[in-house]
Design a binder for this molecule. Sequence first.
Ligand code: ZN
Length: 389
Amino acid sequence: MARFGPCLERPPLILRPAAVALPHGLQAGLEVEVADGVIAAIRPFTGSAEPYILSGSFVNAHSHLEYYGFKDKISSSEYWPWIRELTALKLTQEPAQITSDCLEAARANWQTGVRFIAEHSDRHGAAEAMAHVGLDGVIFQEVITILESQAPVEKLARIRAKLAETRRIFPNAVLAPHATYTVDPETLRSLATESPLSIHVAETTYEREFFADASGPIQEFYDRFSLPHPGRHRSAVAFLASLGMLKPGTQIVHACDVDAEDMALLASAGCSVAHCPRSNIRLGCPDAPVREMLDAGIAVGLGLDSAASSGEIDMFDEMRAALTVSRKRGKPISAEEVWRMATGISSGLASYEIKEAARTPLLKIDLPSKLTFEALIEESTPQSVHPLT
Ligand SMILES: [Zn+2]
């Protein structure tokens, strides 16, 4: 830029929205100045405002872009048959289909205001799609070693090679175990040094039955294929604690069936949680105790998961589901708390807070009928979003 002289540099952007989405509420009467993508100033403004809400962009705390084509394709409404159907469907897809599904899903994330994705990727396509659309984030290259044709050591070596390919396209990529029961304990222990880490945990009650009592559908599955039980533990979270996997930078995905002792472990270790309410509702999972997690000081983000269980990619619908589930439990979370989860402020991942000196990607959102987060969440759709920076 310098060789063209300072006169061609972009002037600062002055924004005068009807309200700014700040961490604790929508605030009217503010002017926001943005220079070179950085929020240079937030100051009082008394003139006439423009009819939109200014918000930080959204952080999708858990995603599987590659399953976008499976929306409305799986009939099971219970976790275990659902995942068996998903696994069978994966085998029917051509590589080009996976590539185009990832791209479509990445674009749908952009349209609903997402700029950062914590992406679990088993196959290919996510890195290309996120780089092409211009999304920030982290790719968790999934490791599965249970019931694979290769021995765990060979499988891990193959996934490390896949990770190197992914990193060539999207550098912020790491290995991540898929779930507590799809990876053998030795491999899980070897992955404990990875940072960040992300793993599906306690999505159903099956994991507690499996670890505490060696019973339930996971145990039946292990028995059918003569797989050794990983050892009795009070819960899936306690199992991970025994392997040294609970630490700052570890993301626990779902955490539906967690009790007070589990939450105390997660809080003291500094782990974060990805809450995926629409997926949990669809698969009949227990209602995640988000109120208790927030009260325990656990960072909680909002994950759109995959279209195979969550439906259309829509952060507003996910926020509505988070509110509904918490109210149904009789332990409500507030609309402000849900907005902080959606914009990453309380996610333990990226934080897209509007504050001075922050390089926060911004969204204009159509005005709701009232200047409250409640109304904004209730009335908005992906079509209400107009990306700004
Ligand atoms: Zn997932």
